[in-house]
Design a protein around this ligand. Structure first.
Ligand code: ADP
Ligand code: ADP
Ligand code: ZN
Length: 230
C-alpha cells in the first residue's frame, strides 16, 4: 500500500500513520520527524531547518524534495509507505508525481483527514511524544497508562513536547495549510485518488474510516448521484 496522508497540523496524521504502519508492515515517512531528527543530531540539514521549523513556515522545496526522494529508496519502502506531511504545496505534489514515475512507483490513494482549526490548537498544545519509540500521546485525549512511562516501549522520563507546538506557531502552520497545502487537494481529486475522512471523530473511528476508504468502501471519491438503473 502506498498512500499520502494529508491534513492540517494536529489532524491525526502521525497517530493514524503509526497504526497503519504496524498493521500493514509498511514504512511511515514523516517529513516533520525527519527534520526534527536532523535538528536533534545537529546535522548540516538540521542547522538549515531549525529556525524554519520554529517559525511554522515551510522548509524550501528543494531541500524537502531531495530528502524524500532519498528516503523512498530505502529498503523498508519496498512493501509500501505512508507519506505523512509531504507533499505540502503544489510544487511538491508535482515533484512527487515525477519522482514516483521515475522510480516506477504507483500511489494507491490520498487520504485527507479533515479537522476544525479551533480544536486543533487544543490538540497540539496537549501533544506529547515518547522520544524512546516515537509513540504519540495527549494530555487529555490519549494519556499514557502510567504518568511518566510509555505504554509502548516502557521508557520512563522520555516524554517530550515539540518546540513548535505553541499557539503562535500553530496559527502560522494553520495559515500555511490553508494558504498552500489545501491547494493540492484538486490535484489529487482530478486524478480520482482523493478520499476524505472526519478527523474530529475518536481515534479508533478515524482508523476505521481510513480502512474503509482504502478498501474502496463508503466515503471517498464515489460520485454522490445514483448509478443508472441502481
Ligand atoms: P498530526 O501528525 O496530524 O500533526 P498527531 O497524530 O500528532 O497529528 O495528533 C495531534 C495530537 O492529537 C496528539 O497528541 C494525538 O494524541 C491527538 N489526537 C490524534 N487524533 C486524535 C483524535 N481523533 N481525537 C483526539 N485526539 C487526537
Ligand atoms: P504537524 O504534525 O503539526 O503537521 P510536521 O511534523 O509534519 O507538523 O511538520 C513540522 C514542520 O516541519 C512544519 O511546520 C515545517 O516547518 C516542516 N515541514 C514538514 N513537512 C514539510 C514539507 N513537506 N515541506 C516543507 N516543510 C515541511
Ligand atoms: Zn515509547
Amino acid at each position: 500500500m502506498r498512500i499520502i496522508l494529508l491534513g492540517p497540523p494536529g489532524a491525526g496524521k502521525g497517530t493514524q500513520a503509526r497504526i497503519l504502519m504496524e498493521k500493514e508492515g509498511i514504512a511511515h515517512i514523516s517529513t516533520g520527524d525527519l527534520f526534527r531528527e536532523n535538528v536533534k543530531n545537529k546535522t548540516v540539514l538540521g542547522q538549515q531547518v531549525e529556525s524554519i521549523l520554529k517559525s511554522g513556515k515551510l522548509v524550501p522545496d528543494q531541500i524537502t524534495i531531495k530528502m524524500i526522494s532519498e528516503r523512498l529508496d530505502a529498503d523498508d519502502c519496498k512493501n509500501g509507505f505512508i507519506l505523512d506531511g509531504f507533499p505540502r504545496n503544489e510544487a511538491q505534489a508535482e515533484a512527487l508525481e515525477k519522482m514516483l514515475q521515475e522510480k516506477g512507483i504507483k500511489l494507491d490513494a490520498v487520504v485527507q483527514i479533515e479537522a476544525d482549526d479551533e480544536k486543533l490548537v487544543e490538540r497540539i498544545s496537549g501533544r506529547l511524544t515518547c522520544s524512546g519509540c516515537g509513540e504519540g500521546y495527549h494530555d487529555r485525549f490519549k494519556k499514557p497508562q502510567h504518568t511518566d512511562s510509555c505504554d509502548k516501549c516502557g521508557a520512563t522520563g522520555k516524554f517530550t513536547r515539540r518546540a513548535d507546538d505553541n499557539e503562535k506557531t500553530v496559527r502560522e502552520r494553520l495559515n500555511v495549510y490553508h494558504g498552500q497545502t489545501k491547494a493540492i487537494l484538486p490535484f489529487y481529486e482530478g486524478r480520482g485518488m482523493l478520499k476524505t475522512v472526519d478527523g474530529m471523530a475518536p481515534m479508533e473511528d478515524v482508523t476505521a474510516q481510513i480502512e474503509a476508504v482504502l478498501k474502496g468502501g463508503k466515503g471517498g471519491d464515489r460520485p454522490s448521484s445514483p448509478r443508472p438503473g441502481g
